[in-house]
Design a protein around this ligand. Structure first.
Ligand SMILES: [Zn+2]
Length: 168
């Protein structure tokens, strides 16, 4: 087996790479959930442009992305970036709370965020992820998502809210 040195794993940073990289996707989804699409821009070398219409539908599937750890087939680190789900869980929970708080006025931004999560909830909270090791792809269970997946969390909180509303 040949060893891949980190310096051999060099990628160009451009419009395509920021759509494909795990941490770039996570950062964009986080920003979108808090600040909305109107505050997001693309710079292709000359000026700031509005994001293409399908941009967020592509980048929101954070786990279907590229990571350096898997690019190096975990030659230097055993843990996969895709195993870290806490930031997304917190984001989903925040979006859920804003959507279900009936005393809080909803902006178009809130609606856009909620609808994006609804359109892609399965892909955004997968039960497994691909882990690349020694030239092979392994499908590893997403332990975090199995036991406290956002979909399950949302269902739990949805039931809790409905009970609260039903009680006098
Ligand atoms: Zn990895």
């Amino acid at each position: 087996m040949s060893t891949v040195h980190p310096r051999q794993y060099i990628e160009v940073a451009n419009e395509e790479s920021v759509k494909e990289r795990f941490w770039c996707r996570l950062e964009q989804v986080a920003f979108f959930c808090r600040q909305g699409r109107d505050n997001m821009f693309l710079h292709r070398g000359t000026k700031l442009e509005a994001l293409p219409a399908d941009w967020l539908d592509k980048v929101c599937c954070v786990y279907d992305s590229a990571t350096t750890c898997c690019g190096l087939h975990h030659a230097t680190i055993p843990n996969c970036d895709r195993e870290r789900g806490s930031p997304l869980r917190a984001l989903y929970y925040d979006v859920y709370e804003r959507n279900w708080d009936r005393d809080s006025p909803k902006s178009q931004q809130d609606t856009d965020v909620w609808e994006l999560l609804q359109r892609h909830k399965t892909a955004m909270s997968p039960t497994s992820f691909v882990y690349k090791y020694k030239g092979e792809e392994q499908h590893r269970p997403h332990i975090y998502f199995i036991y406290s997946c956002p979909a399950g969390l949302l269902r739990e909180h949805s039931a809790w809210f409905l009970r609260q509303r039903a009680s006098p």
